[in-house]
Design a protein around this ligand. Sequence first.
Ligand code: CP
Ligand code: NVA
Length: 309
Amino acid sequence: MEHFLSLADLSADDIQRLLDLAIELKQEWRQGGNRPLLANKTLAMIFQKPSLRTRVSFDMAMLHLGGHALYLSPDEIGLGKRESIADIARVLSRYVDAIMARVFAHAHVVELARAASVPVINGLSDYSHPCQGLADLLTIFETFGRLRGLKLAYVGDGNNVATSLLFGATRMGMDFAIASPAGYHLPGEVMRLGRDFAAASGSRLTETEDPVEAVTAAHIVYTDTWTSMGQEAEAQERLRIFPPYQVNAELIAHARPEVRVMHCLPAHRGQEITDEVADGPHSILFDQAENRLHAQKAILVRLLVHEGT
Ligand code: CP
Ligand code: NVA
């Protein structure tokens, strides 16, 4: 693994190895015995957008494993404005051991990776959110004890989070059903890749505009904001279109009785998810949030410790 830009770049074996490592590191952390696997390693964190989970979990991941993380705010870097993206990548590569970037255009994180001589991690782009996707697979595995054969239903906007989930699920043999309103489906290219992965892993990928159809027999119902960062100008229009896609008690009653509900957070309570569901017995929202820490430790160790663990 040279960079961590998209779950589509990883094989099922790569993903499984990352999950195994994340579980091992989580166990060590629980027992209070973090190994200094990243001693003297440094991570630059470029943020073009706000963040709670990504920023804090990467910072803590580096700290727990003996390394150091440096936060670079949108204003101080001026990615592609104050300085070219390639020059930023070349300069940072002389100072730090890895770069994590949260960007608007996915092409920008790809450009960073091309020009950097150190590993680059996608901390969310307009295309995908692979760190979230890996943490979500970890959470599902811990909850159900397996991935293969489960059905994950995503209800809402066909966005970056949905893309990474689709790649992760179809790679790992999980059925993936997505319900989105017309005009907000996942890009055709993402569906094409997902169909290939599903064919290879023996899972099913389905797309519908009917949320009830998607969640029927689902083990997991997942949703995310209707308006992602960078789409604020469309918020009013989206608020008009998306309400039938709210994840509420009535919708999840169509899923399996043991259904678990997931959301990458931040949640817009009363919009894409109700309080009743977010705080109810089916919710695993905060396990997901915690698992960002453990999944990202695995990514960092895999990229920075070449002899493995
Ligand atoms: N889920 C997630 O990436 O959260 P932040 O935007 O707070 O980092
Ligand atoms: N789809 C959301 C995820 C936030 C973590 C966004 O891009 O804003």
